[in-house]
Design a protein around this ligand. Structure first.
Ligand SMILES: [Fe+2]
Length: 431
């Protein structure tokens, strides 16, 4: 069993806030002073610790730029057939761990993916969704004309069949196993059991113009610095042992609280992901990432440098996604890399800490259709949310991480409980 390096106990303790502080600027001032004091007490300066992370990241940025210049795909690609046969090469594994992202080619048969896409259209049309659509329930994603681009639909047979499929379980278990899920006698999550996190569908039609989505990350906001569990998860960044920071160590990440927000994801995801339901070319408004998992160290330490105001965390605040930008993170932005061309049935994955964006597109060629299905392994946090998900599943409601839109409650042809297989029952916590 792995032994996670424990947090140093000889350094000053950090104040922590297990729920959102009332006085955010005050809490930011306090935690920044305490983090600086803790790093100084370790015998190193904040500048020195940041420089270590910056250098580690810079090497990756330069490597990615060189690969792009040579015309090589910076996004790792693995065939589903190799995953299933256990013939993924050590080089492929190393590239996955280095880049933190992956395209799984042929995750599903292309015909199956296209049938699911058609089935989703039939599902929503048979329930007169477009006639009853009331506009976007949140401002996180926009809509195209009067028709949505993001369908707030969670319980179609197509989505549930994909979520509980053997092929999905195999890929999720493979991705989960890139993490250290067990250390110091604690099993932080179960890599073999997914919690079937229900998310939406995107169907973006040919001819669409889309402004895309700016560079951001999803795992949290100020809670990443302010809660006890995250302070422990990121302990090496803050105690002078920054060289030991490991973005694949799940210790302390799967049980702590999160600050609520309109864009929050309640579950712990090892990877976020989606499955393509149409072919998509790399220049048609697709997903980009900064494929450097260690960049989280840069993001969390950058606000401690003296050029950032004492009550500012480089623009991070609650109830908004964590922004990444040229203002504070120009080095990271240099590495922003889009996915290669994908076909219906391929799936796309990225480490939960990684910066990502969706490129803008004008007059999109072809459809841009995806089902969002992440890898969210069973752990205390996901077990808690699974109880909410079970209830939403039974009543056909929108899950609580999403706007309260509830289109599917009266739809007779949504996926039924008696259609759950063993993976589905375990994932929702029925067994
Ligand atoms: Fe996101």
């Amino acid at each position: 069993m792995a032994i996670a390096t424990p947090a140093r106990t000889d350094l000053p303790n950090l104040p922590h806030w297990e729920t959102t502080p009332d006085d955010l600027p005050g809490a930011i001032r306090q935690i920044k002073a305490a983090l600086r004091a803790r790093i100084r007490a370790s015998g190193r300066s904040v500048e020195e610790v940041f420089a270590v992370v910056e250098q580690r990241v810079r090497l990756r940025v330069e490597q990615i730029a060189a690969e792009k210049a040579r015309g090589e795909p910076a996004w790792p690609i693995i065939d589903y057939a190799d995953l299933a046969a256990g013939t993924v090469t050590p080089d492929q594994l190393a590239q996955l761990r280095q880049r933190g992202c992956l395209v799984v080619r042929g995750h599903f048969d292309r015909g199956q993916a296209l049938r699911w896409d058609r089935a989703i259209v039939d599902y929503v049309e048979s329930n007169r969704f477009f006639e009853s659509y009331r506009g976007p329930g949140d401002d996180f994603f926009g809509s195209v004309g009067s028709r949505p681009e993001i369908y707030p639909i969670y319980w179609s047979p197509a989505q549930m069949q994909a979520r509980q499929s053997d092929r999905m379980a195999l890929v999720q278990a493979f991705l989960n196993s890139q993490w250290t899920s067990q250390s110091d006698g604690v099993q932080w999550f179960d890599p073999q059991r997914d919690s079937l996190y229900p998310d939406r569908i995107r169907r973006r039609p040919a001819g669409a113009d889309s402004a895309g989505l700016g560079t951001h990350l999803d795992p949290g906001t100020l809670d990443l610095w302010l809660t006890r569990a995250y302070q422990q998860a990121f302990r090496h960044l803050f105690d002078g042992t920054v060289e030991a920071y490991d973005p694949w160590d799940a210790a302390y990440r799967t049980a702590g609280p999160q600050y609520p927000g309109s864009t929050m994801c309640s579950v712990f995801r090892t990877f976020q992901g989606w499955t393509a339901l149409s072919d998509m070319a790399h220049d048609q408004g697709v997903l980009h990432t900064v494929p450097i998992p260690e960049a989280m160290g840069y993001l969390l330490l950058r606000p401690l440098l003296p050029d950032v105001a004492d009550d500012d965390m480089c623009g991070v605040t609650t109830n908004q996604v964590f922004p990444a930008s040229d203002t504070w993170h120009p080095l990271l932005m240099d590495a922003l890399t889009g996915i290669p061309d994908v076909r219906a049935g391929d799936s796309v994955w990225w480490h939960c800490d990684m910066i990502h964006s969706v490129a803008p597109v004008q007059n999109q060629q072809g459809w841009g259709n995806v089902m969002y299905i992440p890898a969210a392994p069973w752990c205390p946090r996901n077990e808690k949310y699974a109880a909410v998900v079970r209830e939403a599943f039974i009543t056909g409601s929108s899950p609580s991480d999403f706007p309260d839109e509830n289109y599917e409650r009266d739809w007779p042809n949504r996926f039924r409980p008696d259609e759950l297989n063993e993976t589905g029952r375990r994932g929702l916590g029925f067994d």
